[in-house]
Design a protein around this ligand. Sequence first.
Ligand SMILES: [Zn+2]
Ligand SMILES: [Zn+2]
Length: 278
Amino acid sequence: MRDYIKTNYHVHSDFCDGRGAPEEYVRAAIDCGIQSMGFSSHAPMASDPDSSWLMHMDRVEDYRNTVLGLKAKYADQIQIYLGMECDYMGVPPVNHRQEYGLEYTIGSVHSLLDKEEGRYYSIDGSVAAFAEAINNMGPKRLVKAFYEQSIDMIDAIKPDMAGHMDLCRRNNFDKAFFDWDEAWYKPLVMPYIEKLAESGTIVEMNVSKVRPGVEQYPSDDLLKECFIRKIPMTVNSDSHVPTSIDYMHDFGIQKMISVGYKSAMAIIDGKWEEIALV
Ligand SMILES: [Zn+2]
Ligand SMILES: [Zn+2]
């Protein structure tokens, strides 16, 4: 096993909905001792070409050239990898890795397809949008649909890593809409955890929203289930500004150690490898 190094593979920039140019993130990463990082702009979607949060299709080439240019420019200080955060919205996606020549992908579900009504709801948007989804679908049907779509996402995208695996809690941290400690919740999540385990998908410890009273993704309870199934994990800050490049990194590492993890995953010389945490 390799020695521990500081990493972050969930990094946005002004190529999608982040603030600041990629180079500002690289400089911030070097300043705080990150040795391996990746850019994961939201992948463009043909069905939503003018979205404000996805990268526009006509910027992909510039994105590739920019990230690969930074990789070469800073090669003696930090390893930089070209990735995207790819959405699965219930319809066959492009093969992002091949289409865009990526070195890794994060698979995520931000928009939930309500198959019964044939419409989408934003899981990652405003509380009002989430409230509308809950009101129309009901908490149990929404949670079930979210994890089923997440399972389909793994099959469709085959990502290196699953993004914020329990994002359906995002607008519900105070349990205003449902209580994930009630008995019905966990059985709806477990098939997804089994899917992650059997597919060998890395799960990110996403610490972007951590603050007093607000847990990371996955929640403490699900984190334990991930450890029991030996699901590999890496700590990401889901940066949308350069200053959050190592936000709560040590907290994420300590969380992993607290449930028993002894290693995390890092890309070293182009390959996913285990790095020691203890
Ligand atoms: Zn995301
Ligand atoms: Zn993200």
